[in-house]
Design a protein around this ligand. Structure first.
Ligand code: ACO
Ligand code: KIV
Length: 559
């Protein structure tokens, strides 16, 4: 498609007519139809108008490389904090971002407050900006503020200055009270001044970036008209570093619509082969990551976002999630996320906002399973991996190897009343060195399940051991010591009149604790069977204890 007109089906955003292609979700399903209408005032809101890009290409593409990342933690992230960052926390976060490998970092809006200004000046003077890192600053399209911003940059060898103004229908009407032509003039005046000041800033290579703020609530053809007008003015050469940044200032529609609009812009922007096309997604609908991923497939080169999605309202797009999503597909994320828990702690300290325990990839609980069948599958997957030595990670329920982000396997399985034998066996093996035979696993799971149903909560590995010991390791009657197990069984049978047998014996020579020998015996008394366990430094004692344990569990020890 070569036209700059939006496709025939596109209508300006904000039109109140319902779109023609609504999908009646569940309309033919009886139970869906039975849901009654709510009293929510949905009439106050309008549905977006789909752009309608019939020959869209992005759905058939797959990601092959990481985009150019730009962290806006120190600007958009900071601007959203109730308690903005101190100079020390800005410095700490900047150093972290550099360590992680960000090459472009928005460091503030120098005209917004003294702290932002001072931080940019600190960067210019401190020598802390590595040669391959470019700081970015943001400035509204106001001549006085642009001039002041350029002054704040002096001394920095490189910088990106992002000039922006809102273009949405509602902001044109209520904020600027201006026509489209007047808003376009505002853009051109600011763009012209930025270019002039850029060329007069000695010692600084200044890259220009234009952002039509509220792009998602702007008619696509107007957003394109303004962007192309700015580009026509800047006339980027192959050597210039010029960028267009398309923000989902407010996430206003589903991810596929954002991608359609980005693909349409990508096809119709002038000088497209000489500029970087960036995204700045927010997360109002909770789809910031999905929207960014789709829009990258649609032609964008660069993404602005924050660590763990801190930012205005529901946040900016989370760059950790985007990068980890690529990593989990076998693509180098070009960010060093190997110490994700440390990264999270620094971000939490600087922003004073906790990262949710379910946050993708980074949350405290995201590699932990409490459900029995999941625990069983994870344990089997890890064992298969040990045995096969395959370099590929294929463990059920764990999309990546937790080691890759610095977690150990200890917290993978946690015991609750939802756990089954697989999870218990995993913890008994990894935490206590006991390889429980399947029969013992089953009996332990029954016992643990009953107790956990009564007491609720979680059973940590030490408590699990205590419960195991209570059920399977009764103190052996001293009168038994030195006896032969077979002899004990014969005597017991004579005394009780019940036939007592050992059906199965499994020995584990060097179990922990204390490198003891563990013996598991399945014992039958009459028709009933139970497993018993003996752990002792001496093999014979261990075996005798196991028989004793089995009989004890059967209630067969009388007298
Ligand atoms: C989506 C984003 O995150 S954009 C970044 C938002 N960040 C911030 O707002 C934090 C920093 N902002 C500030 O510190 C201040 O708003 C300043 C210093 C930029 C301006 O302060 P003030 O001059 O007192 O203006 P104030 O913010 O109250 O009002 C905005 C004015 O600028 C205009 N304006 C707002 N945004 C822009 C813009 N991007 N370009 C040009 N003009 C703009 C408004 O129309 C309004 O004009 P008016 O005074 O004629 O009504
Ligand atoms: C100014 C732009 C990039 C922005 O922060 C936004 O639109 O959210």
């Amino acid at each position: 498609m070569t036209t700059t007109e939006p496709p025939a089906t596109a209508r300006p955003a904000g039109n109140s007519e319902p779109p023609g292609n609504r999908l009646p979700y569940g309309a033919r399903h009886r139970s869906a139809a039975a849901q009654r209408a709510s009293s929510m005032p949905a009439h106050k809101y309008r549905q977006y108008r789909p752009l309608g890009l019939p020959d869209r290409q992005w759905p058939d593409r797959v990601a092959t490389r990481a985009p150019l990342w730009c962290s806006v933690d120190l600007r958009d992230g900071n601007q959203a904090l109730l308690d903005p960052m101190t100079m020390a926390s800005r410095q700490e976060l900047f150093r972290l971002l550099v360590r992680l490998g960000f090459k472009e970092i928005e460091v503030g809006m120098p005209v917004s407050c003294r702290a932002d200004h001072d931080f940019v000046r600190w960067l210019a003077r401190s020598g802390e900006v590595p040669d391959d890192v470019t700081p970015q600053v943001l400035v509204p399209m106001r001549p006085d503020l642009i001039a002041e911003t350029v002054r704040a940059l002096r001394g920095l060898p490189r910088a990106i200055m992002q000039v922006f103004h809102p273009t949405s229908t509602v902001q044109r009407r209520v904020v600027f009270r201006a026509t489209r032509a007047e808003v376009k003039r505002l853009a051109l005046n600011g763009a012209e001044l930025s270019m002039r000041l850029r060329d007069g800033l000695p010692g600084t290579r200044l890259s220009l970036q234009y952002g039509p703020e509220s792009f998602t609530q702007t008619e696509p053809e107007f957003a394109l008209e303004v962007c192309n007008a700015v580009l026509d003015l800047w006339r980027p050469t192959a050597d210039d570093d010029v960028r267009i940044n398309l923000p989902a200032t407010v996430e206003a529609f589903p991810a596929h619509e954002f991608a359609d609009r980005i693909e349409w812009m990508h096809r119709n922007l002038v000088f497209r082969d000489r500029i970087l096309l960036g995204l700045h997604p927010h997360n109002d609908r909770g789809c910031g990551v999905a929207a960014a991923e789709a829009a990258l497939l649609a032609g964008a080169d660069r993404v602005e976002g924050t660590l763990f999605g801190n930012g205005e309202r529901s946040g900016n797009v989370c760059l950790v999630t985007l990068a980890m999503n690529l990593f989990s597909q076998g693509i180098d994320p070009r960010l060093e996320l190997g110490g994700l828990d440390d990264i999270r702690r620094v971000a939490e300290r600087c922003t004073r906002i906790p990262v949710a325990c379910r946050h993708p990839w980074a949350g405290e609980l995201v590699y932990t399973s409490l459900a029995g069948s999941h625990q069983d599958a994870i344990a089997k997957g890890l064992r298969d991996r040990d045995e096969s030595g395959s370099p590929l990670w294929e463990v059920p329920y764990l999309p990546i190897d937790p080691h890759d982000i610095g977690r150990d396997y200890q917290a993978l399985v946690r015991i609750s009343n939802q756990s089954g034998k697989g999870g218990l066996a995993y913890l008994m093996r990894t935490e206590h060195g006991l390889e429980l035979p399947r029969g013992v696993q089953v009996e332990l799971a029954e016992a643990v399940g009953r107790e956990m149903d009564d007491r609720g909560g979680e059973l940590d590995p030490a408590a699990l051991w205590r419960m195991f010991a209570r059920h399977f390791l009764p103190p052996v009657d001293q009168r038994w010591m030195g006896l032969d197990p077979e002899e004990v069984l014969t005597r017991l049978a004579e005394r009780t009149g019940v036939r007592v047998q050992v059906l199965d014996v499994i020995e584990q020579p060097s179990a922990t604790p204390a490198s003891a020998c563990a013996t598991f015996c399945q014992v039958r008394a009459g028709r009933r069977t139970k497993w018993g366990v003996g752990i002792a430094g001496d093999r014979a004692v261990s075996r005798l204890s196991a028989v004793y344990s089995g009989l004890h569990r059967l209630g067969a020890l009388v007298g």
